[in-house]
Structures are given as C-alpha cells and as structure tokens.
Design a protein around this ligand. Structure first.
Ligand code: BES
Ligand code: ZN
Ligand code: ZN
Length: 529
C-alpha cells in the first residue's frame, strides 16, 4: 500500500540513516525482517495531546527517554507523519531501535487529566488504560510475543490496560490469538505495575468464568475452578457444600430453583482470613451463581438466550475479587458465598404460582420462574447474617430492567448504608468501573409484599415498572444488617465496544471495584486501630 505523501517524505528523509517504515494501524503487518519472529520486543509509548500551537508531540518521560536513545528520530518522525495524535489513535514505527523492532505510539489525551466529576471517574487513568490496550493489541496483531509498556505516569493503570486489553477467551478454538506478555518499560513503578497486573487478572478470571459455555462451567466446575485458584493460600478455606447441606440449611427458595435441573446445586463458601486478628468481623460478599438461566417454565425467548451462561456473573466477580484480595494479601477478613445452580424447565421445576419457604421462614410466591436470582439470594443473604459482618455486599445479574435503566455505564447500587455507598463510589472513581446509587423506597417494597398467597411475591405487582427497584426491595426483605448493598450488574454483564480496553464479550465487571473497595475497607480498619 502506498504511504500518504507526508509519510513517504518522512520515510525518504530518514531512510538515509535508518531502516525505517512508518505505518498506520490499518496498514497491516510489519515489513519483512522487522518484527515477526525476530525475537525482539514491541514497545508501546504514550504521547499527550499537544497543548501548544506548534503541535509538537508531548512525550511521557519514557517517551522522552526513548526519543533521546534514537537521537530525536521519534519526535522527528511523528511530526512528519501528520497531525498530532488524538486520544486512542496510534502510529507504528518499525526499525527505530534494534531491541524494539516495532514501536507503537498512542495518544493519551490531555496531560494532567484527573477526576472528572461529571463522568464520576478519573479520566487520566481511563485514558491510560484505553491507550495502552490499543497499543498492545497492535503488537499482538504483529505476532510479537512480548511488549514493553510505557507506565505513562501511572503504572497500575498501564498494566490494567495491557492485561485487560489483551485478554480473549479462545479456550475452545484450535486457532488461538498469539500470546503476548506485557512488561513494564523501565524499572521505576514496578510495584504499581504488579498491582495493576493482579487487579486485571482478577477481572480476567471473572471474564473467563462468565464467557465459558454453561456445559463447561456447571455449578461443581465453577466451585472447583475457584477452589483450585485458592489452593495455594494457607489463610483461605473453601467449602463446596452439596445439596444435602443446602437442604439441612433449609434454603427452600434456592432449592426450588435448583430442582428444575438435573445438574446438582452447590453452595460455595470461601473464608479468606487476611486480617492480623482472625476474629475481626469480615466483609461478606454474596454472588448470584446461576450457571444457566433459561427462565424455567417462564421460558425466555431463544434469541440471545446463550448470554445467560453469564448469569453467574455475581458469583464470578465476588469470587474473583476474593482471589485477587488473597493475591494482594489484603489485611482484612472476607467471606464469599455463592449459591450455584441452573434454572431449567422440567417436570420438577418451579411453576408460576408455587409457594416456597426461605431460610428465615418467609414464604415466597413464585409468580415468574425467570425471577430466580432473587430466590437464590434470599437464602444466601439469610445465611450471610451468621457471620457478624462489617458489611454484606451482594452482586447479581438480577434484572433486564437494570440494563434498561443505566445500560453498561455503571453498576446499580441499592444500599441501606451511606457509609458503604461512599466507599463503593470512591473505589469506582479510581477503577473507572462505575457505580450509581439507586433507590430502596418503601414504595417498591409495597409492590412485592402485596401478595395473594405468601409473605412476598418474586415480582412486583405492576410487572415491569421499576423492575430493578422491586427486585432490590424483594432482597431487602431478607436483610436485617445495617450495612448492606445490592449491586445489580445485569447492565454491565457484557461489552460490545463501550469500554475501549475490554474486547467484545463478557466483561467481568465490577471485579476491580470490589477489590478496590475491599482494599479501602482494610485501610479503614487499620486507621481505626
Ligand atoms: N438473569 C436475568 C436478568 C438478566 C437479563 C441479566 C439480561 C442479564 C441480562 C434474570 O434472572 C431475569 O430473567 N429477570 C427477569 C425478571 C422479571 C421476570 C421480573 C427480567 O429481568 O426480565
Ligand atoms: Zn431469570
Ligand atoms: Zn437470572
């Protein structure tokens, strides 16, 4: 393909002293002999948008250092290549330096971008994640197995962008994308880089579990996968509770959903004892673990039903957050509870109008068998009250209505505690995986407690109106703790292209926010001592 005029001039001028080629991302693989299989590394460098009229590139400190290493050729090439790089746009240079056969320069947007209080996130961090992800993917397209990444002044965000941006589920394909290992460019900030890698790998674990087909991730397979991830930690105990245990615990609501499937249910219970005092009150996480939601007798339409393999996203994100907390050795105690089962139609399945009894004795009229998540959670929330929790936080792909309300912009948080809300909200500003507070009004409670046959109905009496809020009001009937939050993650379950550093597929959100929240809570207890 012909290079545009400016670039041809640039290439001609520099070809006197450099084996050089400059290409735009769309221009395909690197020229022969420069990168593929050459054993060299790729390099991703950030560049801020120009603040001056001259349009000169504003390099990061790593970019500046590299430019000096190549005697100012990077700056020269960039200025000859065209207008200043816009946020997320890239240019690739081949043959600039023998250690880095291919160098991707990527636009970071404006320098010193911080918290944007309209967007409720740290824009600088989001820009770095997005830019690094784009740069690393270009190196992957060139089939270069290793990439060094500019920390861009925030190595944690850079690592998150790299590790999240490169992740793809291709477990079951014969032809896989080449594996690329990202590394920090330079030696400063290696602790922050490592922290970012751990946060991102946590989210990738949740993505993996959510993306995997439901015949691969059954309740028992889910539990075994998490148990295997936690095996090496001496301060973690994992209990894989079978159906007999669930029966003994009188979890009638959970069992009523599970009995429709021939796949046995599991109640997964994790104890992470990270606090210096193992008796410290734990943070209790609860996650909806429906490994496939067909809707049951209130069957869902077949189109798009495959996405309901990710209806265990609540369980996946809370368990992955605990794996991450253990890896980071966070100084607090966390208990994770995940009721796991399938929701299937069968001769044994719940029927609309059936009444079941939850662990706390409350009766529930199952008016719609597709509102099954709240039945599992009702029992798991009752059980969560056994641990004298500092806070109970549950996550669930609970309602399509949540997706209608906020789409994929933010997780909806329903909470009876402003203290808990503040911690979750502040954590999410840092991670960029946002939360938005939703109401728990009595208004919605009345709509689920006005029930002909039982104490509570599993759907609101005005059917679809305020569906996410009536679901939250239902859960509240099973909570007496004063610090409880329900996170409805149905809207953030999957990604098309909204989050630029996640590929299309199941998103694993908001794992990093849960981890950051736990980290903040552990700081809180330190301060209190
Ligand atoms: N798992 C679904 C909710 C869901 C929908 C999650 C889309 C992710 C994406 C849940 O079990 C469900 O089916 N809820 C019903 C409730 C209704 C019957 C009151 C819904 O949202 O339609
Ligand atoms: Zn359902
Ligand atoms: Zn569901």
């Amino acid at each position: 393909m012909l290079l545009p005029c400016v670039r041809r001039v640039a290439a001609r001028r520099l070809s006197r002293d450099l084996p050089l080629a400059c290409s735009c991302p769309a221009q395909g693989p690197a020229p022969r002999g420069y990168s593929r299989g050459a054993g060299g590394k790729g390099l991703v460098l950030g560049v801020y948008s120009s603040e001056k009229d001259d349009g000169a590139a504003q390099f990061t400190s790593a970019g500046d250092a590299f430019d000096r290493l190549v005697s100012g050729k990077l700056r020269e090439l960039l200025s000859l290549c065209g207008p200043p790089l816009k946020k997320g746009k890239t240019r690739i240079f081949h043959g600039l330096h023998q250690d880095f056969p291919s160098v991707v320069v990527v636009g970071l947007g404006k320098k010193n971008a911080g918290v944007n209080d309209q967007e409720n996130w740290n824009e600088g961090k989001e820009n770095i994640r997005a830019a690094v992800a784009v740069g690393c993917r270009q190196i992957q397209d060139l089939e270069i197995p290793c990439v060094e990444v500019d920390p861009c002044g925030d190595a944690q965000s850079a690592a998150e962008g790299a590790v999240l941006g490169l992740h793809e589920y291709n477990e079951l394909k014969q032809k896989k994308k080449p594996i690329v290992t990202p590394q920090l460019h330079g030696s400063a900030e290696s602790e922050a880089w490592q922290k970012g890698v751990i946060y991102a790998e946590g989210q990738n674990l949740a993505r993996y579990l959510m993306e995997a087909p439901a015949n691969y991730i059954t309740p028992i397979k889910f539990a075994e996968h998490i148990e295997q991830k936690l095996r090496s930690f001496s301060n973690v105990k994992v209990h894989i509770r079978p159906e007999s245990w669930i029966t003994t615990e009188q979890m009638g609501a959970f069992l009523s959903v599970a009995k429709g499937s021939s796949e046995p249910p599991i109640f997964l219970e994790i104890h992470y004892l990270g606090a210096a005092n193992t008796d410290d009150s734990p943070l209790v996480f609860v996650g909806k673990g429906v490994t496939f939601d067909s809707g049951g007798i209130s069957l869902k339409p077949s189109s798009g039903m495959d996405a309901m393999r990710a209806d265990m996203g609540g369980a996946a994100t809370i368990c992955s957050a605990i794996v991450t907390a253990a890896t980071l050795n966070l100084p607090l105690n966390i208990i994770g509870l995940a009721p796991l089962c399938e929701n299937m139609p069968s001769g044994k399945a719940n029927k609309p109008g059936d009444v079941v009894r939850a662990k706390n004795g409350k009766t529930i009229q199952v008016d719609n068998t597709d509102a099954e998540g709240r039945l599992l959670l009702a029992d798991a929330l009752c059980y969560a009250h056994n641990f004298n929790a500092r806070a109970i936080v549950n996550a669930a792909t609970l309602t399509g209505a949540m997706d209608v309300a906020l789409g994929s912009a933010a997780t909806g948080v329903f909470t009876n505690s402003s203290w808990l809300w503040t911690h979750l909200y502040e954590a999410s500003i840092l991670t960029g995986d946002r939360v938005w507070r939703m109401p728990l009004f009595e208004h919605y409670t009345k709509q689920v407690t006005d029930c002909p046959l039982a104490d509570v109905s599993n759907i609101g009496k005005y059917s679809r109106a305020g569906g996410a809020c009536t679901a939250a009001a239902f859960l509240k009937e099973f909570v007496t703790a004063s610090h409880w939050a329900h996170l409805d993650i149905a809207g953030v379950m999957s990604n098309k292209d909204e989050v630029p550093y996640l590929r299309k597929g199941m998103a694993g959100r908001p794992t990093r926010t849960l981890v950051e929240f736990a980290a903040r809570l552990s700081q809180d207890s330190h301060n209190a001592k």
